[in-house]
Design a protein around this ligand. Sequence first.
Ligand code: EPU
Length: 297
Amino acid sequence: MLKLSNPFSGLESIVEENAPLSRYTWYRIGGPARWFIRPNSLEELQEAVRRCADANLRTYVLGLGANLLVSDAGVDAAVFKFDSEFWGRVEFAETHVEVGAGVDMQKLLLRTIRHGRAGIECLAGIPGTIGGGIRMNAGGKFGDIGSVVQSVQVMDSHGNLYERHKDDLVFDYRTTNISAPFILGATLDLEEDDPDRILRKTKEIWMYKRNTQPLNTKNAGCIFKNPRGLSAGALIDQAGLKGLRVGGAEISAKHANFIIAHPGCTSEDIMSMIKLIREKVFDRNQILLESEVQFWP
Ligand code: EPU
């Protein structure tokens, strides 16, 4: 039988071919996705996922593109984005909230404050979706999302649905033990509290970041993970690298673990900068910095 060249025929309404990813990343950098898929329901996701399996296509899920560096050549794969209404569900109950994977963490935080529900203030100023946040165990020195996750709904690469519960979930520093490729939604534990108090705490965390991080620049947050007991930013700073430029990429003078993209900056510029930082810090401290930012492909 003749094999069709388009593995997604019949799904044209949700699949775009050769879609530029730069418009979705915080860096505003990156080549196209061979297939860009925006399902509007579980059934549509299931169908597209099964087609990917049949065609042996690699899959990626794009959140808000905040912790991501897409190569200039793009990705010869299927990139899913959960930004239709279906993925934006937010349902409050007494002690928890049920959220879809596409929900923006900052918008959720504002809603929990208004509802007088505490528990995710530590997410203040961290851009991302719930799906991306859970995948990376988003957080910082004030806490992480993993500590409030009660359960997570996931889909495997064959379209099968599962629910993972708190008891068998492990959330570690910027990582979890969720191996399923698609996070669909989650239930988060929250506690009733006074909205003013929650707001005050959120503001304190946000102010800390505003004072120490270059928030109004094109960046992808911290580039490297902190080595155990140390600060990657401090190590890069001590190596005298603040302000260094490679092409359109610059190490922030405010926080050395941030690489800022100036106009014309390419993914290649940022990769070269990452390589250079790792070499310099290794020469000086014999520590190999590990990236926190995700690279596609
Ligand atoms: N420092 C320097 N020079 C710098 C940057 C930092 O000397 O250029 C020093 C600071 O003075 C401080 C120490 O290094 O003594 C730690 O710095 P900071 O308090 O800014 O925190 P961090 O460890 O660099 C972590 C997370 C951030 C998160 C903040 C606040 C990592 C890699 N970084 O930063 O997360 O926002 O705590 O919670 O875990 C991210 O994940 O993308 C991110 C930015």
